[in-house]
Ligand binder design. Structure first.
Ligand code: FNR
Length: 380
């Protein structure tokens, strides 16, 4: 019923806000510090406008594309998001199943709450794994060894999280791993009985793919991330990782086009241009604004993915036109997950597909990969 009333990702966000306790909604919805980068991400998509080449025969259209030898029903990937069971029980499995059903990849977060084996099964072998290089490289090797044995082919290493961003909403709300309770938080949960009955009986999500030290509970999410991720990571470590992983290897979280050359030099197969949805460096540039410089530096030698702020099918078309091979989404599918589990994720993906197809028809494109910068104008 909630899904039938949701016609856009913004509608799904409204539905998620009504469904989730405030502390959980703020965890997915919020950004770092003043949230200025998070707002810029949307503003950049608004500033870039589409030109229509009509009249064009668009009676035949395809949103399909290929990436790293894999066929995608549309140039969209569900990006890695940790702690997904806070939104829906076994949230990672719901995301994996919905992605597989829609013919797009799903990136398992290093902060996932389910076992890797179960997620691999749910994804029908289509999932990628996201990695943070841990303090303990043996732990990192253990995880990628397990992924390899389970048939994972694509690894995405995130580099924009030397330290966890200061997410003021989470700090104010006292959002902890696992949950801790104050009268205000109890009242918040009681006002959201759907979530309380659905998610709470499963207990607080546990990080399934990270070593959880005993006696370190009741940490804020940020303290927990800090305990897990090694802030000393540099290109040497990324080269080390290249030697450990025979499959497709992608670096996520680049914002400086000057990093294209080092990425290619280190033998990487792809780049995700990302500011982590405005959750890390507040004040960072929006990804769409630097995409043309990345495309110029890459000269088609390495596929470029982009995320941060994608909410509509026209956003996807703008990103492809400016040089991206595909987009990743974080919050959009989580709003769907929070509203209706796997069906909600499928609904979000359906909205993207419908909107992308519509945008192609009205812009005058038969194949999404044919979009060029000529269809985009930037307004002041
Ligand atoms: C994230 N993101 C993220 N990225 C990553 O590499 N590893 C992770 O574990 C997480 N966890 C995570 C949790 C939540 C709740 C969110 C919202 C995001 C960042 C994510 O992959 C992506 O970069 C952004 O979400 C993209 O911005 P949009 O699409 O949310 O605007």
């Amino acid at each position: 019923r909630r899904l039938r009333a949701a016609h856009s990702i913004d509608d799904l966000r409204d539905a998620a806000r009504r469904t989730l306790p405030r502390m959980v909604f703020d965890y997915v919805d919020g950004g770092a510090q003043s949230e200025s980068t998070m707002r810029q991400n949307r503003a950049a998509f608004e500033r870039h406008r589409l030109l229509s080449a009509a009249p064009v025969d668009v009676s035949r259209r395809s949103t399909a594309t290929t990436l790293f030898g894999q066929s995608l029903a549309m140039p969209l990937i569900i990006g890695p998001t940790g702690y997904a069971s806070a939104f829906w029980p076994k949230g990672d499995l719901a995301l994996a199943r919905a992605a597989a059903a829609a013919g797009v990849p799903f990136v398992v977060s290093n902060g996932a709450n389910s076992r890797l084996k179960d997620i691999a099964e749910a994804s029908g072998g289509q999932a990628w794994l996201q990695l943070y290089i841990a303090h303990d490289k043996q732990a990192t090797l253990g995880l990628i060894g397990e992924a390899r044995a389970l048939g994972f082919e694509t690894l995405e290493v995130t580099v924009d999280t030397a330290l966890p961003g200061r997410r003021i909403r989470d700090i104010r709300n006292g959002f902890t791993v696992p949950y801790s309770w104050t009268p205000a938080k109890v009242a918040d949960v009681l006002r959201h009985p759907g979530w309380m009955l659905r998610a709470l009986p499963h207990g607080a999500p546990r990080p399934g793919l990270m070593p959880m030290e005993q006696g370190r509970s009741w940490a804020t999410v940020s303290e927990f991330v800090r305990s897990q991720i090694n802030p000393a990571i540099g290109w040497d470590d990324l080269k080390w990782l290249r030697d450990q992983w025979p499959g497709t290897l992608i670096v996520k979280g680049l914002l400086d086009p000057g990093q294209v050359e080092p990425a290619i030099g280190a033998g990487y197969d792809g780049i995700v241009i990302s500011n982590h949805g405005g959750r890390q460096l507040d004040g960072a540039v929006s990804t769409l604004d630097v995409l043309p410089d990345f495309a110029a530096a890459a000269k088609r030698r390495i596929p470029l993915l982009i995320d941060s702020g994608v909410r509509t099918g026209t956003d996807i078309l703008k990103a492809i036109a400016l040089g991206a091979n595909a987009v990743q989404v974080g919050r959009a599918t989580l709003y769907g997950l929070s509203t209706a589990g796997e069906a909600g994720v499928g609904h979000a993906l359906g909205i993207f597909r419908t909107e992308l197809d519509m945008a192609m028809a009205l812009v005058g494109l038969n194949r999404v990969a044919d979009a060029t910068p000529a269809i985009v104008r930037t307004i002041a």
